[in-house]
Design a protein around this ligand. Structure first.
Ligand code: ZN
Length: 243
C-alpha cells in the first residue's frame, strides 16, 4: 500500500490516461529479493529503488509503475531468502511491460534499480529493444551520488561492493528505520580469492555474513544526504534529457 500521488497503481484508468497527457512518462523500477546481512531486510533494494523513484517522480511530474520486485542476484544465491532470476527471464518480464507501455504511447520509460546487479541487464535490454523496434524513449539511470556526499562515507567499501554496508544501511535508516537492526550489524571486509575474477563464484564461498563493510557506521544523516543527492541528480538529468 502506497499513498503517493506519484504511484501509478493508485489511479483509475481515466486518471492514468489524463496524467500521461502532459507527463514526461513513467519510471519502472526493478528491484531484488536478496539477503542484506544480519541487520537489513530482504526487501532492502526494493524499498530503496521504489522510494527513490517516487521522490524523483515527484520532482519531474512522472508516475512510478508497480515495480518488479525480483532481479538478477546470482552472486548472493548461497544465502537463504535470496531469489535470483536469470538475466534472460528478467528481460522477458521487463520487455513485455515495456511493450505494453509503448502500445499506450507513453512518452518516456525510465528504468531504474535499487540493485546494481540489474543495471547491465537493463542497459542490454534497452539496446535490444532499440535494435528490434527502433524505440529511443527508454532510459536507464544508475543510482547517483555527488562528490560532497561521497566524502561523508566514513568506512571503506570492500571490493567496491556497497552491499548492506554503511551506504545501504544509512539509506534504510532514513527510509525505514523500523526495519533496520543496528544491534545485529556486523563488520566484515571480505577479500575475494584470485579465482573470483576468472570463474563464477558465489559470495558465500568467501564471506560469512553477506554484508560488505561496516553497516554499524551508518547514520540517518548520511542516509538523508545519499537519498537527496541521488534524487536531485537524477531529476536534473531527466529534466535535461527527456523531451
Ligand atoms: Zn542492496
Amino acid at each position: 500500500m502506497n499513498h503517493s500521488e506519484h504511484y501509478a497503481g493508485n489511479y483509475t484508468w481515466p486518471e492514468f490516461a489524463e496524467k500521461m497527457k502532459n507527463s514526461k512518462g513513467v519510471i519502472l523500477v526493478c528491484g531484488s529479493c536478496e539477503q542484506h546481512g544480519h541487520h537489513l531486510p530482504l526487501d532492502t533494494d526494493n524499498i530503496i529503488g521504489f522510494e527513490l523513484a517516487l521522490r524523483i517522480a515527484e520532482k519531474t511530474d512522472m508516475l512510478v509503475m508497480p515495480p518488479v520486485n525480483y532481479g538478477q542476484v546470482w552472486s548472493a544465491k548461497g544465502f537463504p531468502g535470496t531469489m535470483s532470476l536469470p538475466a534472460s527471464t528478467l528481460k522477458i518480464i521487463l520487455r513485455d511491460i515495456i511493450c505494453s507501455l509503448e502500445e499506450q504511447k507513453i512518452r518516456n520509460i525510465v528504468l531504474m534499480s535499487g540493485h546494481n546487479g540489474n543495471m547491465p541487464v537493463l542497459k542490454d535490454l534497452a539496446r535490444e529493444i532499440m535494435d528490434e523496434f527502433g524505440w529511443r524513449n527508454i532510459w536507464y539511470f544508475p543510482m547517483a551520488m555527488s562528490k560532497d556526499v561521497a566524502r561523508l562515507i566514513k568506512t571503506p567499501v570492500p571490493m567496491n561492493v556497497p552491499h548492506a554496508g554503511e551506504i545501504e544501511t544509512a539509506m534504510m535508516l532514513y527510509l525505514r528505520p523500523e526495519l533496520v537492526h543496528m544491534d545485529r550489524a556486523t563488520k566484515e571486509f571480505p577479500k575475494a580469492p584470485e579465482e573470483y575474477a576468472y570463474r563464477p563464484m558465489h559470495w558465500n564461498e568467501f564471506m560469512e555474513t553477506g554484508s560488505f563493510g561496516d553497516g554499524g557506521a551508518a547514520t540517518w544523516e548520511l542516509g538523508q544526504a545519499l537519498i537527496e543527492s541521488a534524487v536531485d541528480t537524477t531529476a536534473a538529468l531527466i529534466d535535461r534529457l527527456l523531451k
